[in-house]
Design a protein around this ligand. Sequence first.
Ligand code: HEM
Length: 519
Amino acid sequence: MAALLLGSVMKRSGRWLLPCPVATPRVYSRGEGRTCAASGALITSQDKPRAAEELPYVSFLELLYRLVFQGFYSRMHELQLYEKQRYGPIYRDGLKSVSVNTPDLLEELLRNDEKFPCRGDMSLWKEYRDMKGVGYGPFTVEGEDWYNLRAMLNKRMLHPKDSAQYGRTINDVVTDFIKRIYYLRQSSLTGELVTDMANEFYRLSLEGIASILFETRLGCLEKEIPAGTQDFINSIAQMFSNSMAVLVTPKWSRNVLPYWGRYIAAWEGIFSFAKKLIDKKLVVIQQHVDNNQGVEGEYLTYLLSNTQMSIKNVYGSITELLLAGVDTTSNTLTWTLHLLSKNPQIQGRLYNEVSTFIPADRIPSAEEVTQMPYLRAVVKEALRMYPVVPMNARIIIDKNVTIGGYHFKKNTAFTFCHYAISHDEDTFPEPFIFKPERWLRDGRKKPHPFGSIPFGFGVRGCVGRRIAELEMYMVLFRLIRLFEIKPDPTMDEVKCINRTVLIPDQPLNLHFVDRGCAG
Ligand code: HEM
């Protein structure tokens, strides 16, 4: 999903391969007058907003130089910090977009968002759908059609009460995951080591989201993944890994270079897998209708039988929900366990909470697990330090806006530098230190509401947020109650790289030391 977000950021200028004149970055100018969100300077109310052209400017060639020669390509989140220091809180970036990197400016922008917010050019994903006559989903549809689609998708998903109904389904998946962890550690030389946690959490997240969306199990947590499911996983990886190449190579090269063919074949694999499962459900529903039986079920049944959604759009939507929910949730869980393993005191405090909240032999319900302040704070802080989607975007299409004292015409594209924002020192003192306490409501001052918004904001914000949170709370609760998580001392220092989602630069191995607890 994040690959898609980044793709839309990079593509929307429609000219990102064309060279631009090299610009000399201007030193960020501090205005005079009343307080301006961009500069912190005072400007009087009579002052006119400045022209966007007055902003500091990064040329495309400079960007290219930084990505290729300074090595920021896989550290684009760090480029946000570098550019913030160099150009200030708002500047025109190398992709014909305006980058913002403070909580105040982000708030100003998002409060100016439109009724049908637009994230950017989605033509890369739309192309396959148009070619094959497949329907659109929440990422690819725009305008009023998007609004109507979201109204249907939000039900049974967006509200905490909606997601709570999946508590049992998720707990069943988590139970299988815990069994798998026992199996993996027992198979290791030390009897405690589990290797490549991101891969394990990927299996968990896919199984979890699929069991909600398709109301069926895929077998991702079995010792051997079923062949069809493995093909589907491979197709997702192939689609993402070829996206960037397809985006940056000209259309004429599609018959010459291998990327386009692989990209299309990957989508074929993704859609045919999803279609098979959806069609299976349709047959079951039809049988119930034919036998005058009630039609009951979870998300897919609701979409197929309770909404006006066309079958084409059900295929499109379910597929996009599935793609959005897996690498985001799995990498967030990976970072959370990494941070807990490195901070035993914090892990100890979390253990205190999970071991006293409910009796040790009981599995928490969805309602219970979402009421645990420290568990919630741990996940929130992990997402602040590693916002799995480190960059997002909007195009303000229909109106002129003034942001940070600068005037922007309709159709201006904005890039949100979430990594720089959630490491803003004024908002989060010691931003590189893991401190879940920042988020506790125990009388301390609350951080800026736009300081860390890992799920986005407003009507176009993440539809799967509550499900992702529920799944993360449930699995962390049970892991921490059962095991003390320790780092693998043979590993080098784990660094963060940007593969459009923030991932560890090496497979993360962890020790799961049994606490001797029942549940
Ligand atoms: C830790 C887990 C997750 C994170 C951090 C995350 C983050 C995000 C972010 C930042 C956006 C863009 C929001 C905006 O533009 O304002 C987004 C959109 C979206 N997410 Fe998530 N997400 C997560 C899990 C999920 C899951 C589990 C699902 C599916 C059930 C999902 C489905 C979607 C969809 C469909 C959109 C596009 C919404 C639209 O354009 O209308 N996400 N997510």
